[in-house]
Design a protein around this ligand. Structure first.
Ligand code: ADP
Length: 428
């Protein structure tokens, strides 16, 4: 029968340098607090005494350097204490990065050395890449730095929705429940959760993002000295490997952290020999990283979209708006043969142009799609423009030529130009 009353509470005592690994139940949230001592969640200090509420399905660890006592509800999927963690090796990396930031800050007048570390985290899916990336930026933020977090993982997306690459300076330790919710992230829309759909477009967007950050760093010594931490996709074979090399080159990464794969480490070590300023470092995958299957990954993507509109704790009220077809202009990038006035000569194949801007007719096919709202003011700026946010198409009225969409806040869209990919969402 149904349980009566709130779930029972228990206390867990953590010895120094151990962690409590938790998978929240699939359908109820988890209340938990730090009773005594000090502890952190992926680099973010836990507040003493305050109850924290973790949403269903969340997987995380509470680590303590000197010992702590946690009080928590008993209704988890799993929870256990591990005394072998990867945190000490991660903290050693952090110490090296701190040294480089300090050196960069001290020599801010000399443009060559005033650049803080540009760290890139690579490894297969579920090796703990995004966790390590977040931990490193949270530790840096705790020391007062404003490191830039760059997320090139179109599969999940820690900064914004899946299907995008994005960057934002991190000025405060990342909230362990809410995650990263920056006011004005720099976002580029790829539109799909795998790069194979249009790898050329992916490369162009990575380049665009790197160039903008380079310009921002040139005008801001604080950001420049703090450097960046770049999270990448778990796709590391074939095309995935090429895209990793492309990202390392494009961002001029000088610290490559390889998680949990010997082969990738030795391959990167080999090709990066020709760049003596790049340190390639092998790190152990944490035993706590939870493997997520395809289905879980898809549901996490869907969850992320829901959070964008409704908030992690259902605290946002998105607005529904009705617009005329003629108020909006929807495009997709790539696909289809290149536009050409005349038919190609016999024997010449028409190649698809990966960067072609294709206008999309508004019809019922747009239903349930999540579209990106471009910052572009003119059509020819769309390809190089970043994204203001997203709307979700909830109704198309062909007869009246009206389109209904949900947006996280009311008011006018910053541009009529919308980008479409394969990102869809169905409210559950
Ligand atoms: P990747 O980015 O390589 O795909 P993640 O960093 O997202 O991997 O980790 C996969 C999952 O494991 C995430 O849900 C993360 O919160 C969880 N996780 C990572 N480290 C730990 C840990 N030490 N204990 C418990 N869960 C963890």
């Amino acid at each position: 029968g149904a349980a009566l009353g709130p779930p029972a509470l228990k206390q867990v005592k953590l010895e120094k340098e151990s962690e409590l690994r938790i998978e929240v139940s699939f359908n109820t949230s988890l209340h938990l607090r730090l009773l005594s001592g000090n502890a952190e969640i992926f680099g973010t200090e836990m507040p003493p005494q305050n109850w924290l509420v973790f949403p269903p399905k969340m997987k995380f660890a509470i680590f303590t350097w000197y010992g702590a006592t946690i009080e928590m509800q008993e209704n988890t999927e799993t929870d256990y204490v591990a005394d072998e963690t990867s945190m000490i090796s991660y903290a050693n990396v952090h110490a090296v990065l701190e040294e480089r930031r300090n050196r960069a800050k001290a020599s801010a007048s000399d443009s060559h050395v005033s650049q803080g570390p540009r760290v890139i985290v690579v490894g297969p899916t579920d090796s703990g890449k995004s966790t390590l990336s977040k931990t490193l930026v949270s530790w840096a933020a705790k020391q007062g730095w404003k490191p830039t977090f760059v997320d090139l993982d179109i599969g999940q997306g820690s900064i914004t929705l899946p299907g995008c690459i994005a960057a934002t300076p991190i000025e405060m330790q990342i909230d362990p429940v809410e995650g990263i919710h920056p006011d004005m992230p720099l976002v580029y829309f790829f539109g799909h959760n795998t790069p194979t759909v249009n790898a050329d477009l992916y490369r162009v967007l990575v380049k665009e993002l790197a160039q903008i950050l380079k310009r921002q760093f040139a005008g801001n010594a604080e950001y420049k000295a703090a450097g960046m931490v770049i999270n990448t996709m778990g796709f590391i074979d074939g095309l995935g490997y090429n895209l990793l090399l492309h990202a390392i080159d494009t961002f001029q990464a000088n610290v490559v952290l390889v998680l949990g794969q010997e082969k990738l480490y030795s391959m990167l070590k080999g090709v990066l020999k020709r760049k003596p300023y790049v340190d390639v470092v092998k790190l152990q995958k944490s035993g706590g990283v939870v493997s997520r299957n395809k289905k879980f990954r898809a549901s996490a993507r869907s969850q992320r979209i829901r959070e964008y509109f409704y908030g992690v704790s259902n605290d946002l009220s998105p607005r529904s708006t009705i617009a005329n077809f003629s108020d909006l202009a929807v495009y997709k990038i790539g696909g289809g043969p290149q536009a050409s006035a005349s038919a190609p000569p016999i024997g010449v194949r028409r190649v698809a142009d990966p960067m072609r801007l294709v206008p999309v007719n508004i019809n019922r096919d747009l239903l349930n799609l999540v579209l990106a709202v471009s910052f572009a003011k003119e059509q020819d700026q769309i390809l190089s423009s970043n994204i203001a946010g997203f709307i979700w198409i909830t109704d198309i009225d062909i007869l009246r030529k009206k389109i209904t969409y949900l947006a996280p806040s009311g008011g006018e869209l910053p541009s009529k130009f919308l980008l479409m990919g394969s990102l869809t969402w169905i409210e559950t």
